[in-house]
Design a protein around this ligand. Structure first.
Ligand SMILES: C=C(O[C@@H]1C=C(C(=O)O)C=C[C@H]1O)C(=O)O
Length: 372
């Protein structure tokens, strides 16, 4: 090139304006097609949110962006398309998503990252309330944390699955990176009590032990509830309280950040489940979550697990909780890398049933390929 100078700003902006007009025209065209899809769904009573289709749309957009130039990072392409699809829901039918609140919780952030800003959100007081509100039909979908890469499983969620699992379906999974911040209205050296959800303490164990070996750790219903509590205590003139929560929660409730990035492991991920009243369709790359309790006496865990092995079904996760029946009997939670409609998983389930007291398929859903 002979002339390396950038084009004049006015010319560049005029070009952007032209492109934007074309983009808006394309979005309008897309929205009209989405409205027709909505008519189909209303006709058949089918679900509005189709995670298998979303996974396909996102992957195609990311691949296409890389093919045509790769200037936009995949994360940006993904965020733009998630918002476009969020707008699609609103065109098909207003959707309501329930999560463990108040606003600013990690569940809230994961819900917004997944469903975008064109849907309505309902903040709920407890994880179990999310299950209850989905069952009652007060919300269309609910989002609950199930496990964290540092702290392990979220007991409240597993226990709620044991109770509500047979009446609901896991519809999608969402994986999000979690960064914790210590928020307080005092100096870092004045902190005497730290409030948060116990899982958040577990993810920041080393930081808390090193920096605050004497502080009292006070459990809260959620990380954002902990920040609100710290705010209220400060307003009442009580200093010395701090909360472990998201940066967003501190901003929303006006509690300053004392330390950021206090999680023990940088790659701290939480896996969330989207709950629905209906089952998700196969995507070609699915997981199935199951829970079972073992038959008394003859049945053993290995009998059940070997049914999956002999049918060539890989298991990616196993967890256990007290069954709530007799002492020392357990509910196991397993993820199988297959869809419930796959013949090998169906055969494995048939073989496993006689070894179980109860076996529930909690849902088949597209495997999450990305970290939000
Ligand atoms: C348009 C649809 O409905 C929703 C919106 C989508 C979109 O905007 O591309 C994709 C999947 C669905 O969650 C569809 O099912 O195709």
């Amino acid at each position: 090139m002979t002339d390396e100078r950038p084009r004049p700003l006015a010319e560049l902006r005029a070009e952007i304006d032209t492109i934007d007009r074309e983009l808006v025209a394309l979005l309008e065209r897309r929205a009209k097609v989405v409205t027709e899809v909505g008519e189909h769904k209303r006709g058949s009573g089918g679900p509005i949110y189709a995670p298998h289709r979303e996974a396909e749309v996102l992957q195609r957009a990311i691949d296409e962006a890389a093919r045509v130039g790769g200037t936009m990072p995949p994360r940006t392409v993904e965020a733009v398309f998630r918002e476009i699809m969020s707008g699609s829901f609103a065109l098909e039918r207003a959707l309501r998503i329930g999560y463990l609140g108040p606003r600013g919780s990690f569940s809230h952030q994961a819900a917004v990252a997944q469903f975008g800003s064109s849907v309505a959100y309902e903040e709920l007081r407890a994880i179990e309330a999310v299950f209850v509100e989905v069952r009652r039909g007060r919300v269309d979908y609910g989002l609950v944390p199930i496990e964290n890469s540092t702290g392990g499983s979220i007991r409240e969620t597993l226990d709620a699955f044991a109770e509500h699992g047979p009446h609901l379906s896991i519809y999608a999974e969402v994986v999000m990176r979690i960064r914790h911040t210590l928020h307080g209205c005092c100096e870092p050296s004045q902190v005497r009590r730290i409030h948060s959800k116990p899982e958040a303490f577990a993810q920041c164990r080393r930081f808390l032990a090193e920096q605050y070996p004497q502080a009292e750790l006070v459990p809260a219903a959620s990380t954002s509830a902990a920040v609100i509590h710290v705010r209220e205590r400060a307003e009442a003139g009580e200093l010395g309280d701090a909360a472990v929560a998201s940066t967003l929660a501190g901003t929303l409730y006006g509690v300053p950040a004392l330390f950021e990035g206090i999680e023990d492991r940088p790659n701290n991920l939480t896996r969330f489940m989207v709950l629905a009243r209906e089952a998700a369709q196969p995507s070609g790359e699915d997981k199935t979550s199951l829970s079972f309790t073992i038959q008394d006496g003859s049945g053993t865990l290995v009998d059940v697990l070997s049914c999956f092995a002999s049918e060539g079904v890989n298991l990616s996760h196993i967890d256990k909780r007290p069954s709530g029946l007799e002492n020392w009997t357990y509910s196991f939670f397993v993820d199988a890398l297959a869809h419930r409609e796959d013949a090998n998983l169906q055969r494995a389930l048939e073989r496993a049933r006689p070894h179980c007291r109860a076996l529930t398929v909690l849902g088949s859903y597209p495997r999450s390929r990305r970290i939000l």
